[in-house]
Design a protein around this ligand. Sequence first.
Ligand code: PLP
Length: 322
Amino acid sequence: MNSTLPTYDDVAAASQLLSQVVHRSPVLVSQTLNKRLGAEVFFKCENFQRIGAFKFRGGYNAVARLSDEQRRAGVVAFSSGNHAQAIALASQLLNVSATIVMPHDAPAAKVAATIGYGARVVSYDRYTENREQIALSLVNEQGLTLIPPYDHPDVIAGQGTAVQELLEDVGGLDSLFVPLGGGGLLSGSLLSAHALAPECAVYGVEPEAGSDGQQSFRSGQIVTIAPPSSIADGALTAGLGTLTFPIIKEYARDILTVDDSQLIQAMRFFAERMKMVVEPTGCLGAAAVLNEIVPVRGQRIGVVLSGGNVDLAAYAGFLQTV
Ligand SMILES: *Cc1c(COP(=O)(O)O)cnc(C)c1O
């Protein structure tokens, strides 16, 4: 695996490769919010991306860049979330066989969606088995290529295309707020922002219960934590990656945190005022802005809404929470 750090050139190359397959997701605004904050906020709506999240960008870029030999053998990913669907759909479009390692108790809708995109699902018992070991044995025994969810140069470069589009569409920004899990989206966004809007302050936003990113950023080295508990299920990573961290350390302004009640408030805001479903993890950046965790008045602000995949029963419950 190529493990040199990606640059903006890699984002630009990914953008070429993705131009025919990704949706150029809309940038939406709310006058109500702008008035309330005294700011201009631009939401990059990756909840309307294929598979319902930005992860299709990095997944497609990574599968498309495999050698012919690797493509013939197929790919494997372990995930119960958006990365699984991203690799499944990208592989289907590129005629590559995909195996997704998922816990046996993963939500039925997610398993069905993954199978629907043509992937083979290998399930495991999350209490007694280790998904990385299962994936690695498929790599060793069947010659599959493992596509990790964030710590891979082609994944990072692909994720960077969302903010590249945002900056092309709206021009310069004073600040940008990006959901943070393992840091693929944030590091790719930083490459784009540094190249296209170097004055823009870029913030990663993670769940308060899992503030490993903030601890890492502020201490200057990767801090890992026990699996945190938050409704932001796409950002429950134990630590930043060895490729994503150096980019975040160099270019991010800071890492902020929000709690679950702030995520719920943001979900309600999007449902009520903007008529959109945004998943809890997708609301991380927005919740930091809505709660003015850092001053925003008078600014032009970008916010990445990273995804919209949420179990409907859980979502109904979130909307009812007061
Ligand atoms: C994966 C994911 C994230 C976090 O992305 P990283 O690249 O791991 O930081 C944020 N939002 C959604 C919707 C996701 O699926």
